[in-house]
Design a protein around this ligand. Structure first.
Ligand SMILES: [Zn+2]
Length: 277
């Protein structure tokens, strides 16, 4: 029953024809999905990156954008990225607006990617959350136009609360470490490599012992993108959708609409029941 809450099996990668990763700052792509990108490199699956800012704010920007962009290019070579675009948005000021949404849409279309990697909407840093909403909205519009694509949210500063895929990165540990190691300007500020590998180690909690490191992802399917309100669905509704009946939730925690859905909420409620991640 609990395997409906989190995977108990690891995946070698997330299947796709091509992937594009949106990184709010130089190093987020390596920290968040360096293992998965290494797996794509090994499997010959093309991947590219959009760097939303070049990390010019405060202590993190002390080295200068040239240094941080150069570090990104070095990491991109290690991770096998075939293209890196720098948007040069202002650090700590990334806006979710029509301009950035259309820029993300264009980047996805030009790349021909059917898997879009983004930080999660639950991240801490405002640029991380802004990037997530820009990417999700761009993907939603493309799905509405008939494109088949999925969005995978990755974790950096805040662990995902909902995990759909655990990618076994044990074989790619060294490559991911090498990619992170080029970011001298950031590692001199904080031990980001240690934080992220501690998280990747923890992600094997539900996996067989021979798996030493895993990256967690939350998958947003086209079906979910057609019902964006479901991205912030209540946990109880989620459990109803999963038919998770091993625990009886006290009635005080149930929405009135959950007990007796009516009107528009009734149809919304019913629509959740059909979803599968
Ligand atoms: Zn960042």
């Amino acid at each position: 029953m609990e395997s409906r809450l989190t995977p108990y099996q690891a995946s070698p990668l997330i299947e796709c024809k091509e992937a594009i990763v949106f990184a709010p700052h130089p190093d987020d792509e390596a920290l968040g999905c360096g293992g998965l990108l290494s797996a794509y490199k090994a499997a010959g699956i093309p991947a590219s990156a959009v760097l939303v800012t070049s990390g010019d704010y405060g202590e993190h920007g002390k080295a200068g954008t040239d240094v941080r962009e150069n570090e990104t290019r070095q990491a991109a070579t290690i991770l096998g990225l075939n293209n890196v675009v720098f948007w040069k948005e202002k650090d700590r000021s990334v806006a979710v607006d029509e301009r950035t949404i259309m820029a993300a849409r264009d980047a996805i279309v030009q790349s021909n990617a059917d898997l879009i990697l983004t930080p999660s909407i639950n991240e801490i840093h405002p640029d991380h959350r802004a990037t997530a909403w820009i990417v999700i909205e761009a993907a939603r519009r493309l799905v509405n136009e008939g494109r088949e694509l999925r969005v995978a949210q990755y974790e950096i500063g805040a662990p995902l609360t909902r995990v759909d895929v655990l990618v076994d990165i044990t074989a790619h540990e060294k490559n991911k470490r090498d990619a992170i190691a080029v970011y001298h300007s950031q590692l001199s500020i904080s031990a980001f490599d240690e934080f992220i590998f501690a998280l990747n180690r923890f992600r094997t909690y539900t996996l067989p012992a021979h798996i030493k490191f895993a990256e967690a992802y939350n998958l947003i399917t086209p079906q979910l993108l057609h019902h964006p309100e479901s991205l912030c669905e209540a946990e109880i509704m989620r459990q109803e959708r999963l038919a998770l009946s091993d625990i009886a939730v006290p009635s005080a925690y149930l929405f009135p609409t959950h007990k007796e859905p009516k009107g528009i909420l009734n149809s919304l409620f019913k629509s959740f029941r059909g979803f599968k991640n």
